[in-house]
Ligand binder design. Structure first.
Ligand code: ARG
Length: 474
């Protein structure tokens, strides 16, 4: 058994305890980040004179070799033998370069190490997610532009309410996704402080240069309090929370598309590539991929709850409970990557059924509010106008006709203010064009927003790619 401790014990860890506590199966994913942290640490040890320059160089070279070797390994072969990723790298390093390898762990602990490499890992996943969210937004904007003339009923309480542009509906998700990105960026800003040098909990007696390590690893600065450094996981909770909120949006978008692709709505067709059939009913075409995005949202929420619950009630500083941060954290990052990737493709390939949208948006009750505002524009007090139109709706329902099907004379019975031009209110194109409030569904507003978003998204993706390249991420 290879571990980093043991001399003060009379017996080995029980096999069951080993199996229960070993974490390499999960934290192997930190391999890359761990080696980078160790290279920075070894460089700093040499620079600060804690070890010789020669030893420092040997460590760095050895770590590079270890990384290259371990990258080729199948992790399940190692799981039983090593407690965690830190142990694996340390033991492999000693195998490669001998006694000097034992100097790597000078002035550090696995407690500060794991927090540092997890932050680096998360920082990079955030960069990946930002690009993926950007791509999903771009797909939505492209559909909005492609279908800029299409009008659909907008809903509240899932009851037909007022007509809106389909593009406006799609752009609503672009807004939500923009906030999701800003939550991720914000989380990244806060987590971008380097815990290394906090050691086990109290700091080190050796003259480590924490500012130098922080700089080498691209952190803004070292963390300010060694106890906090090794016992905080709120950086992971924040990311899990941002991902959970992101999933709320992905799930709602999926739900809208599931509804829209049903025969009851029939506003869109989902491409065959992203639909499945039934093993029993030959005619079925089911939106399983979208349902799974909605379904897997449960996992994203669960991961957040899992870590919140793990952290609650832990005394300062490090506790082994905290090892349980990685499973939900990695799982949510992976899940978000996959969901964003597939949803982007679903959006790119949907086909809008314009004729059905047009038909649905002709329902005259959708324009009751336009009739109301027609009266208000002609100085009828709002509540009075509401009553008048409400009564007209009632009258239409009683006589089994539509709101536009009532004769002009009936309109006049309820208010002399009505002129024949009231029937223009029932034109979907006019209804959207008459909206004047900022952020409304007026076509020129929506088109301007499409253009603005399109160029913003393009500039953003360029900046993200550039910053990833600079950090060697792509
Ligand atoms: N693998 C542990 C974790 O991820 C780090 C090890 C620290 N363990 C310890 N007993 N101090 O949290």
């Amino acid at each position: 058994m290879k571990k980093l401790w043991g001399e003060r014990f009379k017996s080995e860890l029980h096999d069951l305890a080993k199996e229960f506590s070993y974490s390499l199966g999960v934290d192997f994913e930190l391999l890359d980040a761990e080696v980078r942290v160790s290279i920075a640490h070894a460089t700093m040890l040499g620079k600060s004179g804690i070890i010789s320059h020669r030893d420092s160089r040997l460590l760095v070279r050895g770590l590079r070799q270890v990384l290259a070797t371990l990258k080729k390994k199948v992790v399940c072969e190692l799981i039983r033998d090593y407690e965690d990723i830190h142990t694996l790298i340390q033991v492999q390093l000693e195998k490669k370069i001998g006694r000097v390898g034992k100097k790597l762990h000078t002035a550090r602990s696995r407690n500060d190490l794991v927090s540092t490499s997890t932050r680096i890992y998360v920082r990079e996943r955030i960069q990946d997610l930002l690009i993926l969210v950007n791509r999903l937004q771009t797909a939505l904007v492209i559909q909005a532009e492609r279908n800029q003339k299409v009008i659909i009923p907008g809903y509240t309480h899932l009851q037909r309410a007022q007509v809106v542009l389909l593009a406006h509906h799609l752009l609503a998700y672009v807004e939500m996704l923009d906030r999701d990105k800003s939550r991720l960026v914000d989380a990244k800003l806060r987590l971008n402080e380097c815990p290394l040098g906090a050691a086990a909990l109290a700091g080190s007696n050796l003259p480590v240069d924490r500012f130098y390590v922080a700089k080498l690893l691209g952190f803004r600065k070292p963390t300010a309090n060694s106890l906090d450094s090794v016992s905080d996981r709120d950086f992971a909770i924040e990311v899990l929370s941002a991902i959970a909120i992101l999933f709320t949006h992905l799930s709602r978008l999926s739900e809208d598309l599931i509804l829209w692709s049903s025969q009851e709505f029939a506003f869109v067709k989902i491409a065959d590539e992203f639909s499945t059939g039934s093993s029993l009913m030959p005619h079925k075409k089911n939106p399983d991929i979208l349902e799974l995005i909605r379904g897997k949202t449960g996992e994203a929420y669960g991961n957040l709850m899992s870590l919140l619950t793990t952290m609650k009630g832990l005394p300062l500083a490090y506790n082994r409970d905290m090892q349980e941060d990685k499973k939900p954290l990695f799982a949510s990052c992976r899940l978000a990557q996959k969901a964003l990737g597939v949803l982007e493709l679903v959006i790119r390939t949907i086909e809008v059924e314009e004729a059905n949208c047009r038909k649905a948006s002709k329902d005259s009750f959708l324009f009751a509010t336009d009739v109301l505002e027609y009266l208000v524009k002609r100085k009828v007090p709002f509540r009075e106008a509401h009553q008048i139109v409400g009564s007209l709706v009632q009258r239409a329902l009683d006589s089994h006709t539509s709101l536009s099907g009532l004769p002009f004379e009936v309109y006049q019975e309820y208010s002399r203010i009505f002129k024949r031009d009231v029937f223009e209110c029932f034109e979907p194109e006019l209804s959207v064009r008459l909206k004047s409030s900022a952020g409304s569904t007026r076509p020129d507003f929506v088109l301007r927003q499409v253009r603005r978003r399109k160029s913003q998204l393009k500039a953003e993706v360029r900046a993200l790619k550039r910053s990833n390249r600079e950090r060697g991420l792509v």
